[in-house]
Design a protein around this ligand. Structure first.
Ligand SMILES: *Cc1c(COP(=O)(O)O)cnc(C)c1O
Length: 343
Protein backbone atom coordinates (compact mmCIF):
# COMPACT_ATOMS: atom_id res chain seq x y z
CA UNK A 1 0.00 0.00 0.00
CA UNK A 2 1.36 3.44 -0.88
CA UNK A 3 1.25 6.10 1.84
CA UNK A 4 -0.89 8.45 -0.27
CA UNK A 5 -3.48 5.70 -0.74
CA UNK A 6 -3.93 4.97 2.96
CA UNK A 7 -7.14 6.21 4.55
CA UNK A 8 -6.43 9.28 6.65
CA UNK A 9 -8.37 11.86 8.65
CA UNK A 10 -6.05 14.85 8.26
CA UNK A 11 -7.10 17.00 11.18
CA UNK A 12 -3.84 17.20 13.14
CA UNK A 13 -2.30 20.67 13.00
CA UNK A 14 0.46 19.73 10.57
CA UNK A 15 3.16 20.48 9.69
CA UNK A 16 4.31 21.16 13.23
CA UNK A 17 6.94 23.88 13.58
CA UNK A 18 10.65 23.11 13.38
CA UNK A 19 12.28 25.77 15.55
CA UNK A 20 15.78 26.87 16.40
CA UNK A 21 16.38 26.85 20.14
CA UNK A 22 18.36 30.08 20.33
CA UNK A 23 18.26 30.65 24.08
CA UNK A 24 18.72 27.02 25.04
CA UNK A 25 21.67 26.86 22.63
CA UNK A 26 23.38 29.70 24.46
CA UNK A 27 23.15 28.22 27.93
CA UNK A 28 23.99 24.66 26.86
CA UNK A 29 26.72 25.66 24.39
CA UNK A 30 25.13 23.50 21.72
CA UNK A 31 25.18 25.89 18.75
CA UNK A 32 22.91 24.05 16.28
CA UNK A 33 19.99 22.90 18.38
CA UNK A 34 16.45 22.60 16.98
CA UNK A 35 13.12 21.33 18.18
CA UNK A 36 10.39 19.58 16.17
CA UNK A 37 7.21 20.67 17.94
CA UNK A 38 4.94 17.64 17.89
CA UNK A 39 3.62 18.90 21.21
CA UNK A 40 1.66 21.29 18.97
CA UNK A 41 -0.30 18.76 16.86
CA UNK A 42 -3.49 20.11 18.49
CA UNK A 43 -6.69 18.04 19.08
CA UNK A 44 -7.20 17.84 22.83
CA UNK A 45 -3.73 19.14 23.84
CA UNK A 46 -1.89 17.26 21.10
CA UNK A 47 1.24 15.14 21.16
CA UNK A 48 2.81 12.46 19.01
CA UNK A 49 -0.18 10.07 18.98
CA UNK A 50 -2.21 12.46 16.81
CA UNK A 51 -0.03 11.48 13.82
CA UNK A 52 -0.84 7.82 14.47
CA UNK A 53 -4.53 8.46 15.08
CA UNK A 54 -4.98 10.23 11.74
CA UNK A 55 -4.48 6.81 10.16
CA UNK A 56 -5.84 4.54 12.88
CA UNK A 57 -9.18 6.30 13.14
CA UNK A 58 -9.53 6.51 9.38
CA UNK A 59 -9.03 2.74 9.33
CA UNK A 60 -11.61 2.41 12.13
CA UNK A 61 -14.09 4.46 10.16
CA UNK A 62 -13.50 2.40 6.99
CA UNK A 63 -14.24 -0.72 9.00
CA UNK A 64 -17.52 0.81 10.16
CA UNK A 65 -16.45 1.13 13.80
CA UNK A 66 -18.35 3.45 16.12
CA UNK A 67 -16.35 2.72 19.30
CA UNK A 68 -12.59 3.19 19.53
CA UNK A 69 -10.75 1.43 22.31
CA UNK A 70 -7.38 2.49 23.63
CA UNK A 71 -5.20 1.38 26.49
CA UNK A 72 -2.28 2.72 28.51
CA UNK A 73 -1.25 3.80 31.99
CA UNK A 74 -3.54 5.84 34.22
CA UNK A 75 -1.88 9.05 32.95
CA UNK A 76 -1.58 7.76 29.38
CA UNK A 77 -1.16 10.44 26.73
CA UNK A 78 -2.29 7.92 24.13
CA UNK A 79 -5.71 7.24 25.65
CA UNK A 80 -6.21 11.00 26.12
CA UNK A 81 -5.35 11.70 22.48
CA UNK A 82 -7.53 8.78 21.35
CA UNK A 83 -10.40 10.24 23.39
CA UNK A 84 -9.75 13.65 21.84
CA UNK A 85 -9.64 12.36 18.28
CA UNK A 86 -12.78 10.28 18.86
CA UNK A 87 -14.61 13.32 20.24
CA UNK A 88 -13.56 15.33 17.21
CA UNK A 89 -14.78 12.78 14.66
CA UNK A 90 -17.89 11.76 16.62
CA UNK A 91 -17.03 8.27 17.80
CA UNK A 92 -17.43 6.74 21.24
CA UNK A 93 -14.18 6.35 23.12
CA UNK A 94 -13.42 3.61 25.62
CA UNK A 95 -10.12 3.87 27.53
CA UNK A 96 -8.70 0.93 29.45
CA UNK A 97 -6.29 2.28 32.04
CA UNK A 98 -3.69 0.11 33.73
CA UNK A 99 -3.58 1.00 37.37
CA UNK A 100 -5.67 2.03 40.33
CA UNK A 101 -8.35 4.65 39.98
CA UNK A 102 -7.06 7.72 41.86
CA UNK A 103 -9.29 9.81 44.07
CA UNK A 104 -8.39 12.99 42.27
CA UNK A 105 -8.82 13.14 38.52
CA UNK A 106 -5.94 15.26 37.24
CA UNK A 107 -3.91 15.68 34.06
CA UNK A 108 -4.85 13.31 31.27
CA UNK A 109 -7.52 11.62 33.36
CA UNK A 110 -9.37 14.87 33.91
CA UNK A 111 -9.16 15.72 30.20
CA UNK A 112 -10.52 12.28 29.24
CA UNK A 113 -13.50 12.78 31.49
CA UNK A 114 -14.13 16.26 30.11
CA UNK A 115 -14.13 14.81 26.57
CA UNK A 116 -16.67 12.16 27.50
CA UNK A 117 -14.46 9.07 27.32
CA UNK A 118 -15.65 5.94 29.11
CA UNK A 119 -12.94 4.81 31.52
CA UNK A 120 -12.19 1.31 32.81
CA UNK A 121 -9.38 0.61 35.25
CA UNK A 122 -7.39 -2.63 35.08
CA UNK A 123 -5.08 -3.19 38.01
CA UNK A 124 -1.71 -4.79 37.31
CA UNK A 125 1.79 -4.83 38.78
CA UNK A 126 3.51 -3.32 35.76
CA UNK A 127 2.90 -2.26 32.17
CA UNK A 128 3.97 -5.60 30.67
CA UNK A 129 1.63 -7.62 32.84
CA UNK A 130 -0.94 -4.88 32.44
CA UNK A 131 -0.88 -5.32 28.68
CA UNK A 132 -2.19 -8.86 29.14
CA UNK A 133 -4.85 -7.78 31.65
CA UNK A 134 -5.93 -4.97 29.35
CA UNK A 135 -6.08 -7.28 26.35
CA UNK A 136 -8.47 -9.57 28.23
CA UNK A 137 -10.66 -6.69 29.35
CA UNK A 138 -10.63 -5.27 25.83
CA UNK A 139 -11.79 -8.61 24.48
CA UNK A 140 -14.64 -8.99 26.93
CA UNK A 141 -15.79 -5.38 26.46
CA UNK A 142 -15.64 -5.82 22.69
CA UNK A 143 -17.83 -8.93 22.93
CA UNK A 144 -20.29 -7.03 25.11
CA UNK A 145 -20.46 -3.97 22.83
CA UNK A 146 -20.79 -6.11 19.72
CA UNK A 147 -23.71 -7.95 21.25
CA UNK A 148 -25.33 -4.51 21.56
CA UNK A 149 -24.79 -3.96 17.82
CA UNK A 150 -21.65 -1.81 17.92
CA UNK A 151 -18.44 -2.25 15.97
CA UNK A 152 -15.26 -1.75 18.03
CA UNK A 153 -11.80 -0.73 16.92
CA UNK A 154 -9.30 -1.88 19.55
CA UNK A 155 -5.82 -0.35 19.53
CA UNK A 156 -2.72 -1.65 21.33
CA UNK A 157 -0.64 0.44 23.75
CA UNK A 158 0.54 3.64 22.10
CA UNK A 159 -1.28 2.75 18.85
CA UNK A 160 1.89 1.10 17.63
CA UNK A 161 0.67 -0.87 14.62
CA UNK A 162 1.97 -0.36 11.07
CA UNK A 163 -1.22 1.64 10.39
CA UNK A 164 -0.37 3.95 13.31
CA UNK A 165 3.40 4.12 12.95
CA UNK A 166 3.13 5.19 9.32
CA UNK A 167 2.14 8.58 10.72
CA UNK A 168 5.77 9.05 11.72
CA UNK A 169 7.11 7.97 8.37
CA UNK A 170 5.12 10.87 6.96
CA UNK A 171 6.31 12.91 9.93
CA UNK A 172 9.90 12.36 8.86
CA UNK A 173 9.10 13.34 5.26
CA UNK A 174 7.50 16.52 6.60
CA UNK A 175 10.59 17.19 8.74
CA UNK A 176 12.90 16.53 5.82
CA UNK A 177 11.21 19.10 3.61
CA UNK A 178 11.30 21.64 6.45
CA UNK A 179 15.03 21.09 6.80
CA UNK A 180 15.42 21.73 3.10
CA UNK A 181 13.49 25.00 3.38
CA UNK A 182 15.63 26.06 6.35
CA UNK A 183 18.82 24.94 4.70
CA UNK A 184 19.85 22.61 7.51
CA UNK A 185 20.66 18.91 7.59
CA UNK A 186 20.29 17.12 10.92
CA UNK A 187 23.10 14.89 12.15
CA UNK A 188 20.99 13.56 15.02
CA UNK A 189 17.35 13.35 16.00
CA UNK A 190 16.71 12.65 19.68
CA UNK A 191 13.33 11.58 21.02
CA UNK A 192 11.61 9.82 23.91
CA UNK A 193 10.78 6.23 23.10
CA UNK A 194 8.15 4.15 24.89
CA UNK A 195 6.73 1.32 22.82
CA UNK A 196 9.11 2.22 19.98
CA UNK A 197 6.41 2.81 17.36
CA UNK A 198 7.31 6.45 16.83
CA UNK A 199 10.97 5.52 16.47
CA UNK A 200 10.16 2.73 13.98
CA UNK A 201 8.04 5.09 11.87
CA UNK A 202 10.78 7.73 11.80
CA UNK A 203 13.40 5.14 10.81
CA UNK A 204 11.41 4.09 7.76
CA UNK A 205 10.95 7.76 6.83
CA UNK A 206 14.65 8.35 7.20
CA UNK A 207 15.39 5.49 4.78
CA UNK A 208 12.91 6.93 2.27
CA UNK A 209 14.64 10.32 2.28
CA UNK A 210 18.22 9.06 2.48
CA UNK A 211 18.84 11.41 5.43
CA UNK A 212 22.13 10.97 7.25
CA UNK A 213 20.59 11.63 10.67
CA UNK A 214 21.14 9.11 13.43
CA UNK A 215 17.84 8.67 15.23
CA UNK A 216 18.32 8.17 18.94
CA UNK A 217 15.59 6.89 21.21
CA UNK A 218 15.91 7.74 24.88
CA UNK A 219 14.03 5.03 26.73
CA UNK A 220 11.70 6.01 29.54
CA UNK A 221 10.99 2.61 31.12
CA UNK A 222 12.09 -1.01 31.22
CA UNK A 223 9.32 -2.42 29.09
CA UNK A 224 8.81 -3.92 25.65
CA UNK A 225 12.03 -5.91 25.96
CA UNK A 226 14.02 -7.06 24.05
CA UNK A 227 13.58 -3.48 22.94
CA UNK A 228 15.87 -3.05 19.94
CA UNK A 229 14.66 -6.33 18.45
CA UNK A 230 11.06 -5.20 18.88
CA UNK A 231 11.67 -1.82 17.27
CA UNK A 232 13.47 -3.48 14.33
CA UNK A 233 10.52 -5.81 13.91
CA UNK A 234 8.07 -2.91 13.93
CA UNK A 235 10.15 -1.09 11.33
CA UNK A 236 10.26 -4.24 9.18
CA UNK A 237 6.50 -4.74 9.46
CA UNK A 238 5.93 -1.11 8.53
CA UNK A 239 8.31 -1.37 5.61
CA UNK A 240 6.51 -4.37 4.14
CA UNK A 241 3.13 -2.78 4.88
CA UNK A 242 4.27 0.06 2.58
CA UNK A 243 5.70 -2.34 -0.05
CA UNK A 244 9.20 -1.02 0.62
CA UNK A 245 12.14 -3.37 0.89
CA UNK A 246 14.07 -1.85 3.79
CA UNK A 247 15.16 -4.30 6.42
CA UNK A 248 16.23 -3.51 9.95
CA UNK A 249 17.90 -5.54 12.67
CA UNK A 250 18.57 -4.76 16.32
CA UNK A 251 21.98 -3.29 15.54
CA UNK A 252 20.33 -0.56 13.42
CA UNK A 253 18.34 0.69 16.40
CA UNK A 254 20.02 3.26 18.62
CA UNK A 255 18.56 3.55 22.09
CA UNK A 256 19.79 4.55 25.54
CA UNK A 257 18.64 3.13 28.88
CA UNK A 258 20.71 5.43 31.07
CA UNK A 259 18.05 8.11 31.57
CA UNK A 260 15.20 5.86 32.70
CA UNK A 261 16.06 6.12 36.38
CA UNK A 262 14.09 3.68 38.50
CA UNK A 263 11.43 3.11 35.92
CA UNK A 264 8.42 4.28 33.95
CA UNK A 265 6.74 7.38 35.40
CA UNK A 266 9.22 7.57 38.29
CA UNK A 267 10.83 11.03 38.30
CA UNK A 268 14.57 11.59 37.82
CA UNK A 269 16.52 14.62 38.90
CA UNK A 270 18.09 15.09 35.48
CA UNK A 271 14.66 15.09 33.79
CA UNK A 272 13.30 17.60 36.29
CA UNK A 273 16.34 19.84 35.74
CA UNK A 274 15.83 19.60 31.97
CA UNK A 275 12.16 20.56 32.34
CA UNK A 276 13.13 23.63 34.34
CA UNK A 277 15.92 24.62 31.96
CA UNK A 278 13.76 24.45 28.82
CA UNK A 279 10.88 26.27 30.52
CA UNK A 280 13.21 29.07 31.69
CA UNK A 281 15.04 29.54 28.40
CA UNK A 282 12.42 28.83 25.76
CA UNK A 283 9.09 28.87 27.64
CA UNK A 284 8.45 25.41 26.24
CA UNK A 285 7.16 22.71 28.57
CA UNK A 286 8.51 19.18 28.67
CA UNK A 287 6.88 16.45 30.74
CA UNK A 288 8.33 14.29 33.52
CA UNK A 289 7.43 10.87 32.05
CA UNK A 290 8.80 11.15 28.50
CA UNK A 291 10.24 14.35 27.11
CA UNK A 292 12.02 15.49 30.29
CA UNK A 293 13.97 12.22 30.35
CA UNK A 294 14.63 12.51 26.61
CA UNK A 295 16.03 16.03 26.95
CA UNK A 296 18.16 14.89 29.90
CA UNK A 297 19.44 12.23 27.49
CA UNK A 298 20.25 14.72 24.76
CA UNK A 299 22.14 16.98 27.15
CA UNK A 300 23.89 14.03 28.79
CA UNK A 301 25.04 12.54 25.48
CA UNK A 302 26.51 15.88 24.40
CA UNK A 303 28.18 16.33 27.80
CA UNK A 304 29.81 12.89 27.49
CA UNK A 305 30.92 13.59 23.94
CA UNK A 306 28.85 10.70 22.54
CA UNK A 307 27.10 13.33 20.39
CA UNK A 308 29.51 15.99 19.06
CA UNK A 309 28.54 19.39 20.42
CA UNK A 310 28.85 21.18 17.07
CA UNK A 311 26.62 18.77 15.17
CA UNK A 312 23.12 19.73 14.12
CA UNK A 313 20.85 18.17 16.75
CA UNK A 314 17.06 18.04 16.64
CA UNK A 315 14.99 17.26 19.70
CA UNK A 316 11.69 15.72 18.59
CA UNK A 317 9.17 16.94 21.19
CA UNK A 318 6.49 14.27 21.51
CA UNK A 319 4.12 16.17 23.81
CA UNK A 320 2.84 15.00 27.18
CA UNK A 321 2.23 18.37 28.89
CA UNK A 322 -0.84 17.26 30.90
CA UNK A 323 1.38 15.10 33.14
CA UNK A 324 2.84 18.32 34.56
CA UNK A 325 -0.50 19.10 36.13
CA UNK A 326 -0.49 15.83 38.03
CA UNK A 327 2.20 17.55 40.08
CA UNK A 328 3.99 15.88 42.95
CA UNK A 329 3.13 12.30 42.03
CA UNK A 330 5.03 12.56 38.73
CA UNK A 331 7.56 15.29 39.54
CA UNK A 332 8.47 14.06 43.02
CA UNK A 333 8.02 15.64 46.42
CA UNK A 334 11.61 16.86 46.67
CA UNK A 335 11.45 18.73 43.38
CA UNK A 336 8.13 20.37 44.25
CA UNK A 337 9.58 21.51 47.57
CA UNK A 338 12.69 22.84 45.88
CA UNK A 339 10.58 24.82 43.39
CA UNK A 340 8.68 26.47 46.22
CA UNK A 341 11.75 27.37 48.22
CA UNK A 342 14.13 28.58 45.50
CA UNK A 343 13.89 31.33 42.89
C1 LIG B 1 3.55 7.83 23.78
C2 LIG B 1 4.58 8.85 23.98
C3 LIG B 1 5.90 8.62 23.55
C4 LIG B 1 6.37 7.30 23.02
O1 LIG B 1 5.86 6.95 21.78
P1 LIG B 1 6.07 5.45 21.29
O2 LIG B 1 5.59 5.46 19.90
O3 LIG B 1 5.22 4.57 22.17
O4 LIG B 1 7.50 5.10 21.45
C5 LIG B 1 6.82 9.63 23.74
N1 LIG B 1 6.48 10.80 24.29
C6 LIG B 1 5.23 11.06 24.71
C7 LIG B 1 4.95 12.37 25.34
C8 LIG B 1 4.24 10.10 24.56
O5 LIG B 1 3.00 10.36 24.99
Amino acid sequence: MKIEELPRIPIGKLPTPLEKMTNLSKVTHIPHLYMKRDDLTDIGYGGNKIRKLEFLLADAREKGADIVMSTGGVQSNFTRQAAAFAAKVGMRSVCILLGKEPEDYRGNLLLEKLMGAELYFATAENLDEGAAVAAELMESLTAQFEKEGHICYPMPISGSTPMGNVGFTLGFLEFSSQMEDMNIDADHVVLATGSGGTLAGLLVGKMMTGSKATIMGIRVGYMFDPFRENVAQMANELSSFLDLDFTFSAKDIITFDEYIGEGYDIPTQSANEAIKLVARTEAIFLDPVYTGKAMAGLLGLVEQGAVPRDDTIVFWHTGGHPALFVGEELLGKEFMESLKSSP
